[in-house]
Design a protein around this ligand. Structure first.
Ligand SMILES: CC(C)(COP(=O)(O)OP(=O)(O)OC[C@H]1O[C@@H](n2cnc3c(N)ncnc32)[C@H](O)[C@@H]1OP(=O)(O)O)[C@@H](O)C(=O)NCCC(=O)NCCS
Length: 343
């Protein structure tokens, strides 16, 4: 462990007989096709000026016709494996966070297992919407900490273009496709994932949802006609909840680690809306150079959002070994989470 420790490891209480869990490599993938705000102007009654000023988004990526969530997830995973010098047969467990699985079952994680040839790996999906990647990190961490597994692959992947209503200007301008992956392992002499504060509020479940396609409203001609298989959102209310939940989760995570925000090298927030990021950043008291933003390029990619951002931050050299990183997310459920990581 670091000799000059300037934070507390909350997992070390009660004697801590488990192992620490580090993110030992990351990778991401976004599809080639770029959809610009100018192109959206031709689809719905909107303008580049409105989208840019209200959201900060300039463009997003769209999966190709025959490119599905599992394909993007597998691509991101291959890059994470390559960056970590690992082969797929070393993976013990694959967790995919997604709200746009290839199909309701089998899990997208099983399809990824097949694509990677990771025959030894157990595989399952989790669904916590845009908070999914940090939820999945925390779940994966438990298997490393408990010495159950050596190598866990965690992926956030979405093909949101398949559930967006391309006639609804309130929502279609916000979302995009992509995937990000992280390899979790025990790294000796590192604290890794120090804490992850997760929360949920099912009272507000209907603020952001897709009503059709599950057991409550199976697909019928009527449900399709009524638009129930598209994402629906109360944008204004979601916005307010997002700011409050992300702020509270981030503050709680920092408090648990006895870390001041000034000690955080980089904050990686969920990339939903520039104004949400700015409001949370301002209330947290972070400098602009401490905050990673890439939503101008990709829009909101839900569970993939912080996973892609984390990979880009690492690639750009914004995070070095030993730096403290704060990731904070919010999504449908409602769900939220904040994680502090010693990189
Ligand atoms: C969706 C969001 C960008 C809308 O921004 P806003 O400032 O709240 O805008 P409003 O809802 O007040 O809408 C203002 C007007 O713009 C219109 N509008 C909505 N989308 C538009 C678009 N793409 N182009 C042009 N006008 C648009 C609305 O119809 C409304 O018009 P009206 O006043 O005539 O009714 C914002 O609420 C938001 O980002 N919410 C959170 C969404 C989110 O992040 N969800 C995922 C969470 S993980």
């Amino acid at each position: 462990m670091s000799t000059t420790q300037i934070f507390k490891n909350p997992r070390a209480k009660h004697g801590f007989k488990g192992r620490t869990c580090s993110i030992t490599s990351v990778g991401s993938y976004v599809p080639e096709r770029v959809l610009t705000n100018a192109e959206l102007e031709k689809l719905v009654d909107t303008t580049d000026e409105w989208i840019t000023s209200r959201t900060g988004i300039k463009q997003r990526r769209l999966a190709a016709d025959a490119e599905f969530t599992s394909d993007m997830a597998a691509q991101a995973a291959r890059r994470a494996l390559e960056n970590g010098g690992l082969t797929s047969d070393q993976i013990d467990l694959i967790i995919v966070a997604t709200i746009t699985p290839d199909m309701l079952f089998p899990s997208t994680a099983c399809l990824v297992q097949q694509k990677l040839g990771a025959r030894r790996a157990a595989a399952f999906d989790i669904e916590a919407a845009c908070s999914g990647f940090i939820y999945a990190l925390e779940i994966g961490q438990q298997f490393i900490m408990s010495r159950t597994y050596e190598t866990v692959l965690v992926i956030g992947a979405e093909r949101l273009s398949s559930i967006v209503n391309w006639k609804d200007r309130n929502t279609c301008v916000l979302f995009g496709d992509g995937a990000g992956a992280a390899i979790l392992q025990h790294r000796p002499d590192a604290h890794g994932l120090l804490t992850a504060c997760m929360g949920a509020d099912g009272e507000k479940a209907m603020l952001l949802c897709m009503p059709g396609g599950g057991s409550r409203i199976p697909a019928t001609a009527d449900s399709v006609e009524a638009g129930l298989h598209h994402l629906q959102m109360d944008g204004k209310e979601t916005f307010k909840c997002a700011v409050n939940a992300m702020l509270n989760a981030a503050q709680e995570a920092l408090r648990r680690c006895e870390v001041d925000i000034s000690q955080i090298k980089l904050v990686i927030p969920h990339q939903a809306n520039r104004r949400i990021i700015d409001a949370v950043s301002e209330r947290l008291g972070v400098r602009p150079d401490q905050v990673f933003v890439n939503l101008d390029k990709y829009g909101n990619t839900s569970a993939a959002s912080v996973a892609i951002a984390l990979d880009e931050a690492v690639t750009q050299g914004r995070i070095q070994r030993g730096d403290l990183v704060l990731m904070v997310v919010f999504g449908a459920g409602l769900t939220w989470a904040a994680a502090v990581v010693e990189w």
